[in-house]
Design a protein around this ligand. Structure first.
Ligand code: F6R
Length: 606
C-alpha cells in the first residue's frame, strides 16, 4: 500500500516523478504529493485524490529541482485529505512513507515536549521531526541508523534534506523498496514497475537496510549503519505487458489473458516428452513431507482453499489452510515434516510475509507460489514456484488467481504421483487434460455477451449470494469477493449445504443467487440446495458445465454452461463467468474498475 518514488538526477525530475506516481496509483490513490529541492528550499505540493489532481491544482512549472520524492497514499493513520497526504515536511526535512509506525503516539509526545509542532494526523510526521532531532548531534548515516532503531512497525521511506541537497535516503523494514540505476541519475521506488520506464537495473533493499541515493552513486547500509554491497539485478523489459492496449481496463485485459497464463504455466511445468511434471530443484525428499499448510490472503487464500480439495483428492497428505493474518498470531504447532506454502500475487502482502518469516524463524520448509519473483516473499522462501502470469495491474486479482490454482494443481499432481498415491496412468491422463485447458478457457471467455446481459439484475438487487459445494465452494467465495470489491454490492459466498443453517433467512423474492453446480460428485446435492432457494423466491443463475443430461429443475432464471472436462479442472472454467459478472456489473455502475474504492493492489500493511 502507498507508492514511493524518488529521483536524484542532473536534470529536472518533475515529469518523471509524475509519470511514476501514475504507475504507482495501483498501490493507493486517496491522495498524492511531491517534494523537490531547489534553490536551497523544499518545495512541496499535495492533493486529495488522484495524481491528476496535482496537475490540475498546481502550476507545476514552479516545481523545479533535480532531486525529489513523490507518494501516492492508501490511508492508515488519518483520513485521506490534503493535510494527511505525503510528503510530510518541516523546513529542513521531507518524508514519504509506506507502512505503519506503531510507536508514533509515544514518539510524538516526546517530540512535542521538545518543541516540535505537528500538522497532520499521520504517524509519518514523527519521522520528519525524529530525524531532524537526531541530525542535531550526528552525521547523516548515524542519524538515520538511530532514527530507524527508534521506529517500531513497518516502513519504506524516502527522505530528502534541505541542507544535504544532493541525496535521498531510502529505508526499509517490512514494506518493499527498490533502487534503480539510470544514466546520470538514480531512483528509489516501491517496486520495479514504477521504475520500469526509466531502468531495468534494480537492487532490492532487504529488511532493516537503508541506502543513500545520489545522481551518480548509491550506497547501502545495514541496520548498524555499516556499508554493505548489494547485487544489481537486470530485469527483462516487457513494457507492453504494462499497457492496457485496446482494452478499456486492465481487468478486462487480464481476464482475456488467462488462456496465456495457463499456457505459460503448462510450458514452464510440464514435460511434454515424458508426460510428466517438472519441479526443478525441488529441495526436499518426498518422504520428508507428510503434511501441507497453505497460507494466503483474499483471493490468494481462495486459491489455498481450492488446492486443499485437490491435495486431499490426489494425495494422502494432511492438508490445512490458513488466512495469513490469523496464522501469524496463533499459537501454531510447527511441524518439521510439513511443507508451508505461501500464495501471493504481489509477494509483498504484509501478513503473508510475516507468516513466512515466522515459519523461517522456526526453521520450517517454506515454498512460495508468487507472481512477482523479485518480491520479498519469493526471496525469503526456501523454494519458489512462480506463476508466470506477467504484471497484474487491476486491483482485483483475476489471471493471478488462475495462475496460482494452476501451479497448486500441478504440485498436487506431482506429489500424488511421487508418493505413489496417484497411479501413473491417471497422472498422465490428468496431464493430458491439462494441456487442453487453455483451449477450454478461450471458449469460456466467449460467453461474454450473455454474462453482460445478466449483470444488470445484480446491480438492481440489495444483495446476492454465491453457492457451491466441494471445490466450487471456494469459487463461490471468489465470485462473491469479486462482485463486492468491484460493484460494492453485498455478496455472500456459502457452501450450498450450509444454507439451511442460517443464511436461507436472507433469501427473499427476486434476490439473485449464483449456484455453481458442475457435473461432479456434488451435482445432485447442489441442485437440491438450488431448488430450496428457488422455492423461497431467489432468482437463480445456474453455472454448470455442458452435458447431455438436462438440468432437472424448474424456474431457473438463467443458465450458463461452461465446457466439459475432467472434474479437477472445472474450477478454472467456473471462475471466468464470475469475473466477467463482476466486471460488467461495475462497468454498468460506472465505477473505477481498476481502482475500486478503499482498496489497493499491494497490501503492505497488516
Ligand atoms: C482480491 C484481491 C485481494 C488479494 C489479496 C492478497 O481481488 O486481489 O484479495 O488477493 O490482497 O494479495 P497477494 O496475492 O498480492 O498476496
Amino acid at each position: 500500500m502507498c507508492g514511493i518514488i524518488g529521483i536524484s538526477s542532473n536534470k529536472p525530475v518533475l515529469t518523471d516523478i509524475i509519470n511514476s506516481l501514475k504507475k504507482l496509483e495501483y498501490r493507493g490513490y486517496d491522495s498524492a504529493g511531491i517534494a523537490t529541492l531547489s534553490d536551497g528550499e523544499i518545495n512541496e505540493i499535495k492533493s486529495e485524490g488522484r495524481v491528476d489532481n496535482l496537475e490540475q491544482n498546481f502550476d507545476l512549472k514552479n516545481l523545479k529541482g533535480n532531486i525529489g520524492i513523490g507518494h501516492v497514499r492508501w490511508a492508515t493513520h488519518g483520513i485521506p485529505n490534503r493535510i494527511n497526504a505525503h510528503p510530510h515536511s518541516s523546513h529542513n526535512v521531507s518524508v514519504v512513507h509506506n507502512g505503519i509506525i506503531e510507536n508514533s503516539t509515544i514518539l510524538k509526545k516526546t517530540l512535542i515536549s521538545k518543541g516540535y509542532k505537528f500538522k497532520s494526523q499521520t504517524d509519518t510526521e514523527v519521522i520528519v521531526h525524529l530525524i531532524s532531532e537526531n541530525l542535531k548531534t550526528a552525521e547523516l548515516e548515524e542519524a538515520v541508523t538511530k532514527t530507524l532503531k527508534q521506529l517500531h512497525g513497518s516502513f519504506a521511506l524516502g527522505i530528502v534534506f534541505k541542507d544535504i541537497p544532493d541525496l535521498i535516503v531510502g529505508a526499509r523494514r517490512g514494506s518493499p523498496l527498490a533502487v534503480g540505476y539510470g544514466p546520470n541519475e538514480n531512483y528509489l521506488g516501491s517496486d520495479s514497475y514504477a521504475l520500469k520506464s526509466m531502468t531495468n537495473k534494480i537492487t532490492y533493499l532487504d529488511d532493516s537496510e537503508f541506502c543513500i541515493v545520489k545522481k551518480d552513486e548509491v550506497n547501502f547500509f545495514n541496520e548498524e549503519g555499516k556499508k554493505i554491497n548489494k547485487k544489481i539485478l537486470e530485469l527483462s523489459s516487457d513494457e507492453e505487458s504494462y499497457q492496457k492496449g485496446d482494452f478499456k481496463h486492465f481487468m478486462a485485459k487480464e481476464i482475456e489473458e488467462q488462456p496465456t497464463t495457463v499456457k505459460t504455466g503448462i510450458k514452464e511445468y510440464l514435460d511434454n516428452v515424458n508426460n510428466d511434471v517438472n519441479l526443478f530443484n525441488f529441495p526436499w525428499k518426498i518422504d520428508e513431507i507428510k503434511s501441507i499448510k497453505l497460507i494466503g490472503c483474499g483471493t490468494a487464500y481462495h486459491s489455498c482453499l481450492i488446492a486443499k480439495y485437490w491435495f486431499e483428492e490426489l494425495t494422502s497428505l494432511d492438508v490445512n489452510i490458513d488466512i495469513a493474518s490469523e496464522f501469524r498470531y496463533r499459537n501454531n504447532r510447527f511441524k518439521n515434516d510439513s511443507l508451508y506454502i505461501f500464495v501471493s500475487q504481489s509477494g509483498e502482502t504484509a501478513d503473508t510475509y510475516a507468516a513466512l518469516d515466522l515459519c523461517n524463524k522456526n526453521k520450517m520448509k517454506t515454498c512460495s507460489v508468487v507472481n512477482v519473483i523479485e518480491s520479498s516473499i519469493a526471496r525469503n522462501s526456501n523454494y519458489v514456484l512462480p506463476i508466470h502470469c506477467g504484471p497484474e495491474i487491476g486491483v482485483a486479482s483475476t489471471k493471478a488467481f488462475l495462475g496460482q490454482i494452476l501451479v497448486l494443481y500441478i504440485l498436487a499432481l506431482k506429489l500424488g504421483f511421487l508418493k505413489n498415491e496417484l497411479e501413473k496412468i491417471k497422472y498422465q491422463e490428468k496431464i493430458k487434460d491439462l494441456k487442453n485447458l487453455p483451449n477450454l478457457i478461450e471458449k469460456t471467455l466467449l460467453l461474454d455477451s450473455h454474462i453482460q446481459s445478466i449483470s444488470s439484475t445484480f446491480n438492481e438487487a440489495k444483495g446476492s449470494m454465491f453457492l457451491g459445494r466441494g471445490s466450487s465452494y471456494p469459487i463461490a467465495l471468489e465470485g462473491a469477493l469479486k462482485l463486492k470489491e468491484l460493484s460494492y454490492i453485498h455478496a455472500e459466498g456459502y457452501p450450498a449445504g450450509e444454507m439451511k443453517h442460517g443464511p436461507l433467512a436472507l433469501i427473499e423474492e427476486g434476490m439473485p443467487v449464483v449456484v455453481l453446480a458442475p457435473r461432479d460428485n456434488y451435482y445432485k446435492k447442489t441442485i437440491s440446495n438450488m431448488q430450496e432457494v428457488i422455492a423461497r423466491g431467489a432468482k437463480v443463475l445456474l453455472i454448470t458445465n455442458k452435458s447431455d443430461d438436462e438440468v432437472v429443475s424448474e424456474n431457473i432464471w438463467e443458465t450458463i454452461e461452461v465446457e466439459s472436462t475432467n472434474k479437477d479442472l472445472l474450477p478454472f472454467l467456473l471462475t471466468i463467468p464470475l469475473q466477467k459478472l463482476a466486471y460488467y456489473s461495475a462497468l454498468k455502475k460506472g465505477y473505477d474498475i481498476d481502482k475500486p474504492r478503499n482498496l489497493a493492489k499491494s497490501v503492505t500493511v497488516e
